[in-house]
Design a protein around this ligand. Structure first.
Ligand SMILES: Cc1ncc(COP(=O)(O)O)c(C=O)c1O
Length: 477
């Protein structure tokens, strides 16, 4: 590989050509990726690019030195608050993404209770098993214990189970609007009422829904209650870099009142340099993505968001119908929004994912966890809606002669068993054995993903995590 840092600098053309070359194998925003991509079209991308560059040099570390960052953030947050019908006095913060919004919501809850109820020494949060993994990250970073809430057959949190698991040291109840995997909205009013009754806070994770559900409602669709009009909801996250169609690096965390957001902030005057007060986890932070977000909002206007929501929903309804009428496929739950999960009845779901990849589509193979079986997840963006018929035809064809479900080879299962047991047997397994079992040689992925998915699916979540750390570590070794 050519060094990225030569002795004598290369020309602008050469350097930029190398970057473009790196991008060749990345997922494209061309309507073929049914996960990862949230793209509102060429014009939105072009204006975002210009605005990104225009705001790039502004540093949100200090809004007094860079007043543009304050202007951008206040305008953006006012729009978010209005969309989710926040009451007077509600406030928010622009963050770098959904994970950061969630970490900050959990930090705010933890520090709010440290101050107001110091007798809680081991804080807990009630978390549906379908809630995004970033809550586990927040819990691990912040020392908050997770109490898992079961879900019903539609993958919505069971309120009775949450009630049964409520204790005095629960500081936060979480619900998704909607959950990423199945696209269903949890029973937010019931969860929020439970939180309120017990003096806990309630966070709604609308990272994926915050920029779609309000527009579906404006289009006249029935949208389950999820926003600040629900009594007891105290904070909410919504990602601008998903269905807000901004480049990666912008989300919002909103709080019903300022006292809660004060607990989200971090101030430090105990060192010999400049005193800090940070609203987010970062110190220095570029306003590039926020500038792009504000430009995209201004350019698309509410009407385009409504149109996009309509397009994506109609494509989702069509594809759910295709899944429901294709022998060998099963829809896991009717979604409330334009993302959903389906599985196979007898055929091998990972083989199906590979077949769709071979036909030029990107779909997300997902492993079994809790009540949810191994499945294929689809997240639809406006570009996908142009390709629904072609995708449906390929899905039907790819399902027609699917081989039955397969298990990983016996020796791989043995390795997994040893890893799960831990101790000496597990210690003897080195990374090359495992990567070999995964079919990864010299950091190169095999052409088919199904064997890797089967192995990870067969592993317990703990072993799965170990294997993923190993795998990603190998990619960056
Ligand atoms: C419901 C939900 N919450 C949180 C996140 C985390 O967002 P990010 O990847 O921006 O950190 C996601 C990401 O897909 C999500 O779907």
């Amino acid at each position: 590989m050519t060094s990225v840092f030569p002795e004598h600098g290369r020309s602008q053309e050469e350097v930029l050509a190398a970057l473009a070359d790196h991008r060749a194998k990345d997922l494209k925003s061309d309507g073929h990726a049914f996960a990862f991509v949230y793209d509102a079209g060429d014009d939105a991308r072009a204006i975002a690019r210009e605005a990104f560059v225009a705001s790039m040099g502004a540093n949100g570390l200090d809004p007094t030195a860079y007043p543009s960052t304050r202007k951008l953030e206040n305008g953006f947050i006012a729009t978010c608050l209005e969309l989710v019908r926040a009451p007077q006095g509600a406030v928010g913060t622009a963050t770098a993404g959904g994970t950061e919004s969630v970490i900050l919501a959990v930090k705010a809850a933890r520090d709010f209770f440290r101050k107001t109820r110091p007798e809680i020494t081991a804080p807990k949060m009630l978390l549906p098993e379908t809630a995004h993994a970033c809550f586990h990250k927040a819990a691990a970073y912040l020392g908050v214990e997770i109490v898992t809430v079961d879900v019903d057959e539609t993958f919505r949190a069971k309120v009775d189970d949450a009630r049964a698991k409520m204790t005095k040291d629960v500081i936060l109840v979480v619900g998704s609007a909607p959950s990423y995997a199945h696209g269903v909205v949890d029973p937010i009013p019931e969860l929020a009422a439970l939180a309120k009754e017990h003096g806990a806070l309630m966070h709604v994770d609308a990272c994926v829904g915050g920029w779609v559900l309000p527009f579906l409602r404006e289009n006249g669709q029935d949208v389950p209650p999820f926003d600040f009009t629900v009594d007891g909801v105290t904070s909410l996250s919504m990602d601008m870099h998903k269905y807000g169609f901004a480049p990666k690096g912008v989300s919002a965390v909103l709080m019903r009142d300022r006292a809660l957001r004060d607990a989200q902030y971090f101030a430090c005057a105990k060192w010999s340099g400049y005193s800090i007060v940070n609203s987010t986890t970062l110190g220095s932070k570029s306003a590039a993505a926020l500038g792009a977000a504000v430009a995209v909002l201004g350019h698309l206007g509410r009407a385009r968001y409504r149109e996009n929501a309509k397009k994506m929903w109609s494509a989702t309804e069509k594809l759910c119908e295709v899944v429901q009428t294709t022998p060998g496929l099963r829809l896991l739950a009717k979604p409330d929004m334009n993302l959903f999960a389906f599985t196979t009845t007898e055929g091998d779901v990972f083989e199906l994912a590979d077949r769709m990849t071979a036909r030029g589509w990107h779909v997300q193979a997902t492993y079994a966890f809790g009540a949810s079986p191994a499945h294929i997840h689809l997240t639809l963006d406006p570009g996908n809606s142009e390709n629904v018929d072609a995708f449906a035809a390929d899905l039907r064809a790819a399902t027609s002669d699917l081989p039955p479900k397969q298990e990983p080879p016996a020796q791989v299962l043995m390795l997994l068993g040893q890893l799960a047991k831990g101790g000496e047997g597990a210690a003897k397994i080195d990374s090359s054995m495992l990567l070999g079992a995964l079919g990864i040689v010299d950091g190169q992925m095999p052409s088919k993903s199904a064997p890797i998915h089967r192995l990870l699916n067969a592993a317990s979540p703990d072993v799965r995590e170990k294997l993923l750390v190993l795998f990603i570590g190998e990619l960056f070794a």
